[in-house]
Every structure is written in structure tokens, then in C-alpha cells.
Design a protein around this ligand. Structure first.
Ligand code: HEM
Length: 149
């Protein structure tokens, strides 16, 4: 059971982080406005559902694993151990990523077939860049946790 959960968690992490890196590549290399208008409305909703499913699987499997290693209770009080410190930092970053994802989704949903205002464009861009950077940081803490367990 533990093995299945870890496999699922890793698979979802690959999908989630890989997706954010790929979309960053599209953002960097697909500069043509016409091409963007043709591509984004088509792949946007598919990508949205794909990312949503990956994130939900990460949250569920992560919680199950933390529970099975008895890490959930000490999480709130802190026990000074390396694993709890790393998990606390990882979860703060995960919470920020979840909030940024919700903001990004809301803008995507209300503007999918419309022109974006400058502010919407800026928030959408900034949130996706931040999500990408935070994901790499989360990955670092995930490795620290695995090594400390
Ligand atoms: C954006 C969300 C998340 C990402 C990208 C992520 C990523 C990862 C990755 C890649 C690993 C494997 C590390 C390795 O093998 O070296 C891992 C392990 C782990 N994650 Fe997450 N994770 C996320 C959310 C969570 C959440 C929400 C929890 C707990 C509530 C959690 C708890 C754990 C635990 C306990 C392990 C260690 C499992 C083991 O080594 O057997 N993760 N995570």
C-alpha cells in the first residue's frame, strides 16, 4: 500500500512539475500573437484539468504518506527533527502554490475566450512563473524529507 502511494505521489509530481515546465517553454517560445490565440484556448482547459488532477493526487497521497509515517501530529507543534522541519517548509510552499493555482485558474476561466486586461495578463504570468519556481523548491524539500526518513 505504501509503495503504491509513493508511486502515485511521484507520478503526479512528474506530471505536475513537468506540466508547469512545458507551459513555461510554450510561454517563452510561442511569441506570435496569432499562434497564441489559436493554441491557448484549445490547450488551456485540457491543461487545467490535467494540472488539477495531478495536484489533487499529490495532496491526497502526500497526506496519506505523512499519516503513515506518523508525521501529521508533530507537524503542528514541531519536534525539531530534520524531517518535520523540511515537511513544514514544504507544506508552506505547497499552500502558496495552491493559492497561486486558484488565482491562475480563476483568471484562465474568466478570460479563456476573451482578451485579457494588462493586470490580468500580469497576474497570470507572474503566478505561473512563481508556481514553476516554487515547484523546484518543493522538490528540494521532498528530497530532504526522503533522505531524512
Ligand atoms: C505540489 C505538491 C507536491 C509535490 C510536487 C511533491 C513532490 C514529492 C516528491 C517528488 C517526493 C519524492 C522525493 C524523493 O523520492 O526523493 C515526495 C515525497 C514525499 N511527499 Fe510530497 N509533494 C507534494 C505535496 C505533498 C504533500 C501535500 C504532502 C503531505 C501532506 C507530501 C508528503 C510527502 C512525504 C511524506 C514524502 C516522502 C515519502 C517517502 O519517502 O516514502 N507531499 N513529494
Amino acid at each position: 500500500m505504501e509503495q503504491i502511494t509513493l508511486h502515485l505521489h511521484l507520478f503526479a509530481a512528474i506530471a505536475w512539475i513537468g506540466g508547469s515546465i512545458f507551459m513555461a517553454m510554450i510561454g517563452i517560445f510561442l511569441r506570435d500573437k496569432k499562434a497564441q490565440q489559436a493554441v491557448y484556448p484549445k490547450i488551456g482547459p485540457i491543461f487545467g484539468y490535467y494540472q488539477l488532477v495531478s495536484l489533487v493526487i499529490l495532496l491526497i497521497t502526500g497526506t496519506i504518506m505523512a499519516q503513515s509515517f506518523s508525521l501529521l501530529a508533530p507537524l503542528f507543534n514541531g519536534d525539531g527533527s530534520e524531517v518535520i522541519n523540511a515537511l513544514q517548509k514544504k507544506l508552506i510552499l505547497v499552500a502558496i502554490v495552491v493559492v497561486l493555482t486558484i488565482i491562475h485558474f480563476i483568471i484562465a476561466i474568466i478570460t479563456n475566450d476573451k482578451e485579457r486586461t494588462k493586470v490580468q495578463h500580469l497576474i497570470s504570468r507572474a503566478s505561473s512563473l512563481l508556481i514553476l519556481l516554487l515547484n523546484l523548491w518543493i522538490l528540494h524539500y521532498a528530497i530532504v524529507i526522503r533522505e531524512a526518513l
